[in-house]
Design a binder for this molecule. Sequence first.
Ligand code: 13P
Length: 341
Amino acid sequence: MSERLEDIAVAMVANGRGLLAADESTATIKKRFDSIALESTETSRRDYREMLLRSEEAMRNYISGVILYEETLFQNAADGTPLVEIIRQAGSIPGIKVDTGAKPLPYFAKETITEGLDGLAARLAKYHEAGARFAKWRGVIAVSDTLPTWGAVKANAHALARYAALCQEAKIVPIVEPEVLMDGAPGDHSIERSEEVTEWVLRTVFEELGDARVKLEGMILKPSMVIDGKKARKASVSEVAERTVKVLKRTVPSAVPGIAFLSGGQSTEEATAHLSAINTAHDLPWKLTFSYGRALQQEALTAWNGKAENVAAGQRAFTHRAKMCSLAAKGSWKKDLEKAA
Ligand code: 13P
């Protein structure tokens, strides 16, 4: 595998493959495990993630890379094999979430700034040594009639650009993730508002990336789709796709090799349908694929239910969803393929 940033970025979005976001923080994975009444321990987190990563068919065919939480990057499977090695053996690329979370932004009520820049260069060197070849940093933008503020947009875009430059210097491909929330405060905004804010945010992010001299050929953008707030959901699949494509065309330079969407609380099937519609009949300069957390894992988590005897069922559910997302990344997912499964 080439170590060039451009080659790694291209491999991350290679035809019909996308990213598995399995980088839930310890607090977030606890919430996911609470939904199946499973205690979150180092071992249960390992068992769950090992189940996903040992889904050979899914990993080999549909998952180009896996975003890990720091704990997992250094964790071994039950038989002692490093989890990173299991990812590599399946022909997939290990990656790492490096931000330390969204914290309240002083003087900006209800808005956050993502932290983690201090000491990041040293951490990146350690992660590269452990096998990570790409990283993720998520900036969070809350939407309402009056949010976001320029102060919050600019601060988050600047942090994303500082992070991206540090990654590239460490020979790690940065995934630049500015998430415009669909269920933030209060989560009832229109799709027009989502479009306006997403365009503003992406334009600002690319200005900051330019100022920070980030090589666009060696990064991946991870945006949210243009979609109405969760409490106001009424936009059709085709409207989400059209508006998302319009905003990306206006803001994302064609030098960027790929765009891998987050699912952001969309249902599994919504996230699959939207991605497929985005990839249907659009002649676009970038590869458009998935970097889903919840939308890839939800069915697998439910089928596994924290029990060793359900590992095969969990893997089947994960493989099915990964396959559907892979079809969506090629624009060829259809609802009746869901039923056939
Ligand atoms: P979701 O797809 O669940 O939004 O997670 C993706 C992710 O990595 C968020 O940072």
